[in-house]
Design a protein around this ligand. Sequence first.
Ligand code: FAD
Length: 419
Amino acid sequence: MENTENGKKLRVAIIGGGLVGSLSACYFGKRGHEVHLYEYRKDIRKDELARGRSINLALSTRGRRALAGVGLEDKLVSHHGLPMYARMLHMTDGSTRAVPYDPVNNQCIYSVGRRHLNQSLLDEAEDSYNVQTYFEHKLINIDFEDGKLYFRRPACIRNCYPSGPDYWALSTSYPGPEQTYWPDKAELIEAQADLIVGADGAFSTVRRLMSRRPLFNYSQQYIEHGYLELSIPPTEDNQFAMESEYLHIWPRGSFMLIALPNQDKSWTVTLFMSHQQFKSITKSDQLLEFFKTNFPDALKLIGEDRLVKDFFQYDSSSLLSVKCSPYNVGSRAVIIGDAAHAMVPFYGQGMNAGFEDCYLLDDLLHNHGLSLEDALEAFSKTRPINAHAICDLAMYNYVEMRDLVARSTFLWRKKLDTL
Ligand code: FAD
């Protein structure tokens, strides 16, 4: 067996069964370790109550390489991913302009459904790598010295979860005060692990517990913009309502709309604007006027009734960037994915960077003859530099996407006009 620590089989506890936790389970399982994956929510594969429009994400080379490492690239990308070769910019006058991602080699990124991806990774972890999964297990404490973990199980899960889409579709949303969802009657469960992998998202409990230790650095930043998801349905003859091989963007300076294609020929449309601006729209006619002025072509595709229903159904969600270091506690614990480096979504790299963590960690643990502690130390020394850089690029792209893309196209057009 190609294990770390001179072939020692480790008992690994992965906290969080989101995208990164479930991929990490595949990596550890593939190496023959005993893997236990604990997830706060219900099993998304079985839960009929799992609400929300499952949002889609842009998968890039960084993420694809990590999927390929456990043999999943083809299954998930070729069979499910929708290629996007360029950004399609929509102006207020209805004109459009394509800006290719890679005009030289024609490379693309892929739109993938979060729910499908997460379900497939969980299936793969259980079926191919014998990973034990435990749902409705909320980590509440860790004893890092002796590797003990403490979980709470809800007594009445159905009444305990919030009802909005965000909690189900995006666990990056703040889950709210603990007592709201986890009543006193909740059961306490204890577990033991050699290695604890915190993949429990932007509001990570593992990270919070690590932060109580000396020399842990941490910073977080909310941006003034939030987001709300809308959708464009397929046409009557079940086709895409817009050209599908593009990531569509309606950049409008201080706010923007984007749309990514879904397998069922619908589009997930995300409106990004300041929380203040979201709050200022309180009536249907105000909302319709706002769309008629700023996104007239999108409004036709979304439909007035659908827009009003979706806009007022749920509150806008917040966006957060997190930086911290170190990522490990000796040989006992390590954090990956959003738990280590949550970022604003404008660079489309949060999941991709989290997937890359799984790949890099696996490499350090198994291919360099390092002890477990040295491998985790090496991960913790090298990874934050790159992760912080991606967080910064994402923050920069926050301005670029809604503003500069349009401005540079405007300048480019001007230049063309003068030629
Ligand atoms: P999460 O997906 O947050 O999963 C963490 C899991 O841990 C959850 O299932 C949660 O229930 C569980 N958990 C939390 N606390 C506990 C606990 N105490 N005990 C047990 N379990 C727990 N990234 C891209 O690469 N491309 C994109 O196009 C893209 N678009 C985005 C668009 C938006 C609007 C947003 C908000 C994000 C986007 N991202 C994108 C970022 C991406 O969603 C995240 O980076 C990714 O989900 C991180 O995965 P994760 O597994 O680390 O965390």
